[in-house]
Design a binder for this molecule. Structure first.
Ligand SMILES: [Zn+2]
Length: 170
């Protein structure tokens, strides 16, 4: 089955990770994680906004409901964060897990931060925590080499479902 996802939404959404849209040393591409908060929640695919960090759908998800917890501040490394930024990123991670469990019945999660371009970080200059929900029998964590897999729900629908449920868990 062809990858209908990128054709459905990529033309009118920012591309985080691939090709010419990827911010790299030496090009002038605007950092997507700095730009997203200026957009509406719907256009930016933002699930929730905290004081120092926010929750956004990953445009290139490893699995349905793959979220990114991004600091508002453009810093690269975990050691660059303030205590309060670090704390809020982990509070938002924990809250995201509760919401994903409620909305999607996720059985487990892969959590993590790639630190530095050599680690595989697509946007290495701006720290972001991955929250990847898992279900029994789903695909491997990273089944994709250079291609987005077909996902069962549109990102916008998932965003709305998660945002609408955000305040329903403690
Ligand atoms: Zn940034």
């Amino acid at each position: 089955m062809p990858d209908g996802w990128s054709r459905l939404w990529a033309p009118h959404r920012m591309s985080y990770l691939s090709g010419e849209n990827r911010p790299l040393p030496g090009n002038d591409v605007v950092c997507p994680f700095c730009a997203v908060p200026a957009l509406s929640d719907e256009d930016g695919l933002i699930v929730a906004r905290g004081k120092e960090a926010y929750v956004v759908m990953n445009l290139y998800p490893y699995n349905a409901g793959h979220l990114l917890i991004c600091a508002y501040r453009h810093v690269a490394d975990l050691t660059d964060l303030s205590d309060s930024e670090r704390n809020e990123i982990f509070e938002l991670t924990s809250h995201s897990m509760k919401v994903l469990r409620m909305v999607s019945g996720a059985n487990g999660f892969n959590l993590g931060m790639n630190q530095g371009a050599v680690s595989g970080a697509g946007v290495a200059a701006h720290i972001h925590q991955h929250v990847v929900p898992r279900w029994a029998g789903d695909a491997n964590f990273m089944p994709i080499i250079g291609q987005t897999k077909v996902l069962p729900q549109l990102l916008q629908e998932t965003r709305a479902a998660l945002a609408n449920s955000w305040d329903l868990v403690d």
